[in-house]
Design a protein around this ligand. Structure first.
Ligand code: HEM
Length: 449
C-alpha cells in the first residue's frame, strides 16, 4: 500500500519475492522454543524464513543451550554460531579473527552466480586487510562525525519533503514512502549519484540484499542477484567515467582521485565495489532500522508518548532501537590458526557466524532484555559491529534515525498503526527488516501550503 504514486516510485504491495505476512505470535514461539532441546533444531528455526517476526525466542534458546554452537554450513564446512554478548564482542575485536575474501564462500552457488560473488570480494567487508585499511581510510573522511554534522540541515530537508508528500493523504507505507527513500537520497547525494537515477536502484537493491542471505537461495534469487550486479556495475562504470571527465566535490571523485602508496589508483573493480557497498550498506540497514524502530515504538505507545514529551531523549532511544531489533543480524569471521573464544578453542578452518541480535538481548548484560526501554543506559549493543570493520556509517545512520524519528513524532502527532493492513517482515535474516509498515495519521498540510 502506498499513499499515492510518485515519479519512478510505483505504489507497491508487498515487495516481490518476499512473503506477504510472516507469522508473528510471540507467546507461541516462546513456548515452541522452550520445548526444543537440541540446539540444531533451534538453529533450524532461526534459519526458517517463516519465523522472522518472532526471531528472538529462538535466539534466547540457542544462547541458553549452546552459546558457541559447533555446526556445519550447507557446504559441509565447519562453523560456529555465536550468540553470547561476551563471545560476539571478543570475536569482533580479536586481532587474529578477520572478515576477508573467505567469507564470500557463503554466497558461492557455482558458475551461475559468479558476478555477485566477485563484486562482494571488492567491497570493504571482504578485501584483504592491507587493502581494506587503505580504502577504509579514504572513505572514512566523508563519514567523520564532523562531516556528518554538516549534512544535518540537508537530511532534515529531505525528511520534511518526504512528510510533505504524504501528509495530506493521512496514510502511508512507512517503509516504501519514507524509510527506503530517506537513506537512499542521502547516500546517493554523498556519492554523487543524480537524484533522477534513484528509482533505478529500487529493484537492484532488494535483489542484491536477498541474494546475500544464507539459505533459501533459489535459481530466481540467483538470477535476480546477477542481473542487479550487472546493472550496478554498468551504472557505476558509466558514472565513474563521467566523474573522470568532470570531477566534482563528492565521494566518487575523491575515490577516483585517491592514490595508493605506490602512486597507483584504485582499480575500476575496487571503485565499483566501494560505490556498491556504500549504496547498499548505506541505505538498506538504515531503512530497516527505521522501519523496525518505528514499529517497536508504535507497539509501545507509552514509550512513544515519553519521547513526544521529551524529544531530547531521542538519541538515547535510537540506541535502544538499535539494540532492540537490529537490521544487521549476522557478521561472519574466520581466522588462519586455531584461537580461543571464551573457554572454547575454534579451529582455523571454522567460520564464526556471529548473531548480533542474540548478543543484543543477552540477559548477562541487559536487564529485562526483551523490554523496550527508550531510556536504557548504558547500552553496549553490538549493532554497529566492533573492531576493524566497525560500521563506517554509524554517525550518519544515527543522525538519520534521530532526525527522522523527531520529525515523524513532531509533524505527525497522531501517527498510529493502520488497523486494516498489517506490517510484514521480509524473509531475510542477515539483513532483517520489514517489507511493509502501513500507518495512518490525521492529514497534515505541507509546510509550503
Ligand atoms: C542503522 C544502520 C546501520 C547498521 C545497523 C549498520 C551495521 C553495520 C555492521 C554491523 C557492520 C559490520 C559488519 C561486520 O562486522 O561484518 C557495518 C559495516 C559497514 N557499514 Fe554499516 N550499518 C548501518 C548504516 C550504515 C550507513 C548509513 C553506511 C554508509 C553510508 C554504512 C556503511 C558501512 C560500511 C561501508 C561497512 C563496512 C566497514 C568495513 O568493512 O570496514 N552503514 N555496518
Amino acid at each position: 500500500m502506498s499513499a499515492r504514486p510518485r515519479d519512478g516510485f510505483a505504489p507497491r504491495g508487498v515487495v516481490p519475492g518476499f512473503e506477504p505476512a510472516l507469522r508473528e505470535d510471540h507467546a507461541r514461539d516462546v513456548a515452541i522454543a522452550a520445548d526444543l532441546h537440541d540446539p540444531e533444531d533451534v538453529l533450524a528455526c532461526i534459519l526458517d524464513p517463516k519465523r522472522r517476526g518472532t526471531l528472538y525466542p529462538y535466539l534466547h534458546r540457542l544462547r541458553t543451550l549452546a552459546p558457541i554452537l559447533r555446526t556445519e554450513q550447507a557446504t559441509g564446512r565447519p562453523a560456529r554460531v555465536v550468540t553470547s554478548h561476551a563471545a560476539v564482542r571478543e570475536a569482533l575485536r580479536h586481532p587474529d579473527v578477520r572478515s576477508d575474501e573467505r567469507g564470500t564462500a557463503a554466497f558461492d552457488v557455482g558458475p551461475k552466480g559468479t558476478a555477485f560473488v566477485e563484486m562482494q570480494k571488492n567491497t570493504l567487508l571482504f578485501l584483504p586487510p592491507a587493502k581494506h585499511d587503505r580504502v577504509r581510510t579514504l572513505i572514512s573522511r566523508a563519514f567523520t562525525p564532523r562531516s556528518v554534522e554538516l549534512r544535518e540541515d540537508r537530511i532534515s530537508r529531505v525528511i520534511d519533503d518526504l512528510i510533505d508528500e504524504v501528509g495530506t493523504a493521512g496514510r502511508m507505507d512507512l517503509v516504501h514512502d519514507f524509510a527506503f527513500r530517506l537513506p537512499m537520497v542521502v547516500i546517493c547525494e554523498m556519492l554523487g549519484v543524480p537524484a533522477e537515477d534513484l528509482p533505478t536502484f529500487y529493484d537492484w537493491a532488494i535483489a542484491s540484499s536477498r541474494r546475500g542471505e544464507i539459505g533459501g537461495i533459489t535459481d530466481e534469487i540467483v538470477r535476480a542477484g546477477e542481473e542487479a550486479t550487472h546493472g550496478y556495475t554498468r551504472y557505476f562504470l558509466d558514472l565513474i567515467e563521467d566523474h573522470r571527465r568532470r570531477p566534482r566535490f563528492d565521494l566518487m571523485s575523491a575515490l577516483i582521485d585517491a592514490r595508493n602508496e605506490d602512486g597507483s589508483r584504485l582499480s575500476d573493480e575496487e571503485l565499483v565495489g566501494s560505490c556498491y557497498i556504500l549504496l547498499q550498506a548505506g541505505h538498506g540497514t538504515t531503512q530497516d532500522l527505521l522501519g523496525m524502530g518505528m514499529l517497536a515504538l508504535l507497539r509501545h505507545p507509552e514509550q512513544l508518548e515519553h519521547l513526544r514529551r521529551h524529544p531530547e531523549k531521542i538519541p538515547t532511544a535510537v540506541e535502544e532501537l538499535l539494540r532492540y531489533d537490529t537490521s544487521v543480524q549476522v557478521s561472519q569471521r574466520v581466522a588462519d590458526e586455531p584461537f580461543r573464544l571464551g573457554d572454547t578453542t575454534i579451529g582455523g578452518d571454522e567460520v564464526c557466524i556471529l548473531l548480533n541480535g542474540a548478543a543484543n538481548r543477552d540477559p548477562a548484560v541487559f536487564s529485562e532484555p526483551d523490554r523496550l526501554d527508550v531510556t536504557r543506559q548504558p547500552n553496549p549493543h553490538v549493532s554497529f559491529g566492533l573492531g576493524r570493520h566497525t560500521c563506517l556509517g554509524a554517525s550518519l545512520a544515527r543522525m538519520e534515525l534521530r532526525c527522522a524519528i523527531d520529525a515523524l513524532l513532531r509533524r505527525l502527532p497522531t501517527l498510529r498503526l493502520d488497523d486494516e493492513a498489517k506490517p510484514a517482515h521480509r524473509d531475510s535474516l542477515f539483513l532483517r527488516g520489514l517489507a511493509t509498515l502501513p500507518v495512518r495519521f490525521e492529514p497534515v498540510a505541507a509546510r509550503s501550503a
